[in-house]
Design a protein around this ligand. Structure first.
Ligand SMILES: [Zn+2]
Length: 200
């Protein structure tokens, strides 16, 4: 393949592709440096696992980006995003310039802040939950947390209730926590009964 002449559109295109390929590998290099510095062991293991996945697919990504395939770099975390998702996800990622992971939490945070005080999205100790409705006679294998019973207090409304069908949507990444403060508390049965007794 002959090298395009300096200053031509083909040359600029080649430079753009080279730069993208460099950024794809360099992001991985920078992440590895961050993983090494993580104090929390669980966080470090999770980040290491993420990087293992990233490196496993890196050759495919570089080949694709090198052939001029679509890529953008997440404006939140810098991760390369090829937006290989079904619509409307692919178009949304291209429009908001985020990676899949950051977009997921961006959407969650937007929904959290748009909901009313009695909203169904609960954040407890930095984890996102939703009550899919108590089903005392439901099949436990279909219920959240295997049908474990939860005693809940919604800070924003003062509502006290119990459910055996709590669903978890994952832990909020540290950089999204400031916009998603806890709005509920999981109580022990003893605390729950105390709180109820105090109201009667
Ligand atoms: Zn991102």
């Amino acid at each position: 393949m002959s090298k395009p002449a300096y200053g031509t559109p083909e040359y600029d295109e080649q430079m753009r592709i080279n730069s993208n390929c460099y950024k794809v590998t360099n992001w991985g290099k920078e992440q590895m440096a961050k993983v090494v510095c993580m104090d929390d062991r669980n966080e470090r293991l999770k980040a290491f696992q993420d990087m293992t996945n990233y490196l496993s697919n890196l050759h495919l990504m570089v080949r694709n980006v090198g052939a001029g395939g679509y890529v953008h770099f997440c404006k939140h975390c810098g991760k390369p995003e090829q937006a290989n998702y079904q619509e409307p996800t692919a178009s949304r990622l291209k429009a908001n310039g985020l990676c899949f992971h950051c977009d997921f939490w961006h959407e969650k945070r937007t929904a959290y802040n748009a909901q009313s005080r009695a909203g169904r999205m609960l954040v407890m100790k930095g984890w996102v939950y939703g009550d899919s409705g108590d089903q005392p006679n439901g099949n436990k294998s279909w219920l959240g947390f295997g049908g474990s019973r939860w005693y809940l207090y919604q800070i924003t409304t003062g509502k006290l209730w119990s459910t055996n069908n709590l669903m978890c949507a994952g832990d909020v990444p540290a950089d999204y926590l400031p916009g998603m403060p806890d709005n509920a508390v999981a109580l022990t049965l003893e605390q729950f009964e105390l709180a109820q007794a105090g109201r009667s």
